[in-house]
Design a binder for this molecule. Structure first.
Ligand SMILES: NC(=O)c1ccc[n+]([C@@H]2O[C@H](COP(=O)([O-])OP(=O)(O)OC[C@H]3O[C@@H](n4cnc5c(N)ncnc54)[C@H](O)[C@@H]3O)[C@@H](O)[C@H]2O)c1
Ligand SMILES: O=C(O)C(=O)C[C@@H](O)[C@H](O)[C@H](O)COP(=O)(O)O
Ligand SMILES: [Zn+2]
Length: 359
């Protein structure tokens, strides 16, 4: 079972889902082409397979293991990659490959974006969240002490390759966290995703139980992202809809010292923003409640802890959609009808928190 989704725009590329992902990687090799294979620790097996494919086609792969999860998205780790790129003499005709979850592909993408002001990157996501979201669309970057993804660049990959078998080895909780981004796509653009998940939440959380459903959900979410980023790569307006739920989510991640999975934080962020939109009179109670219900059904968190409001409020001020001191939220005004809520009252902001974090 394979699927290929084309991402349009100024520099079009393919997102290929299929067991031949590594074979296709070989097409990016050329005699003497240097390839930095940035891979998360724990994916050495796949990194070596990728390196063998590249080397067989004449390229010169260099393996670059990086720490797991968010510890990869730091200045020292990025600086280590720059050192390696410099020492190995990478030029603009060379290539970076990212192998791992979204944290690794965000880092690898930014290393590629920043080296010599931009070399090509091919992304090989191994997590559900990575393939449906992080590896697609060209947002790359790292975190700083002040917040999530505060340093980065828009740098689309030249191809995204994923063997669905890779994500099947993810621990269940990590896989389920990726479903939060899939469900997000359902709310903002493709309600069939919600119908599919609600119809059989158990199958949606286990790719081994129904590989066809898993591939369908992935392809649908990628299609949503592809359509949006093709129209607005640099987030001048439309692309903000992919940030649904993220204002609160990124604040939770930062307040929790990046110990929360990104997708788990997104789930709580979706519940928060649905409550906020309801309080602002934009979203009816039934659609607000559907957020909590579908997230609950797959076992994603829908509540946060009380007592953290001041820290969360400060962190939300650093969201990239903020303009000056005005917080801006992507909200739903109906199913697949995203809008914006600008400068909600402090009272509503806090009341929505109280609803998500009853204490
Ligand atoms: N650039 C974007 O547009 C974008 C979009 C969404 C999320 N993100 C970023 O992506 C990151 C979250 O991605 P994630 O959920 O993949 O988290 P992650 O990269 O931290 O990976 C989660 C865990 O899964 C493990 N893992 C990954 N693939 C595996 C596999 N095949 N088998 C076993 N274990 C595996 C990793 O080692 C890690 O422990 C966050 O940093 C988030 O900000 C970026
Ligand atoms: O692709 C986008 O655009 C998104 O906002 C997708 C999000 O799921 C993703 O977490 C993204 O990294 C958030 O971007 P940020 O600009 O809010 O840091
Ligand atoms: Zn996200």
């Amino acid at each position: 079972m394979s699927r290929t989704i084309q991402v349009g725009g100024a520099a079009p590329y393919a997102v290929h889902l299929g067991p031949d992902a590594l074979v296709r990687l070989g097409r990016h090799a050329a005699p003497g082409r240097r390839v930095l294979v940035v891979h998360q620790t724990g994916r050495e097996d796949l990194a070596r397979e990728a390196a063998d494919v590249l080397a067989a086609a004449g390229a010169a792969p260099v393996l670059a293991p990086v720490p797991d999860a968010e510890s990869a998205k730091t200045v020292p780790v990025l600086a280590g990659l720059w050192t390696l790129l410099g020492q190995q003499g990478f030029t603009r005709s060379d290539l970076v490959v990212g192998i791992g979850g979204g944290a690794t592909t965000d880092l690898a993408g930014f290393a590629a974006a920043s080296w010599l002001r931009g070399v090509e990157v091919v992304q090989l996501p191994t997590s559900l969240l990575g393939v449906v979201d992080a590896a697609v669309g060209g947002k790359t970057g790292i975190n700083t002490a002040e917040g999530k993804n505060l340093v980065g660049a828009f740098h689309p990959p030249v191809e995204v390759l994923c063997d669905p078998g890779w994500t099947a080895t993810q621990p269940r909780a990590d896989y389920v966290s990726g479903l939060a981004e899939v469900i997000k796509c359902g709310f903002v653009a493709d309600p069939t995703i919600l119908d599919l998940v609600e119809h059989d939440p158990g199958a949606a959380t286990d790719p081994r139980r129904d590989p066809g459903l898993a591939l369908d959900l992935v392809a649908r979410a990628v299609q949503v992202k592809a359509d949006v980023v093709a129209a607005d790569l640099t987030e001048s307006s439309l692309r903000e809809i992919l940030n649904y739920g993220h204002t609160f989510a990124h604040a939770v991640e930062q307040v929790e010292g990046y110990t929360w999975r990104h997708g788990d934080a997104v789930a709580v962020g979706l519940v928060y923003v649905a409550e906020l939109a309801h309080r602002a009179g934009l979203l009816d109670a039934a659609l607000r409640d559907r957020h909590r219900q579908v997230l609950d059904a797959v076992g994603l968190p829908t509540a946060y802890r009380p007592g953290r409001w001041e820290e969360l409020r400060t962190a939300m001020g650093r969201d990239k959609k903020t303009r000056g001191s005005t917080l801006r939220f992507v909200v739903l005004e109906g199913l697949a009808r995203p809008g914006r809520l600008e400068g909600p009252s402090e009272e509503d902001l806090r009341a929505a928190y109280a609803a998500v974090a009853p204490g």
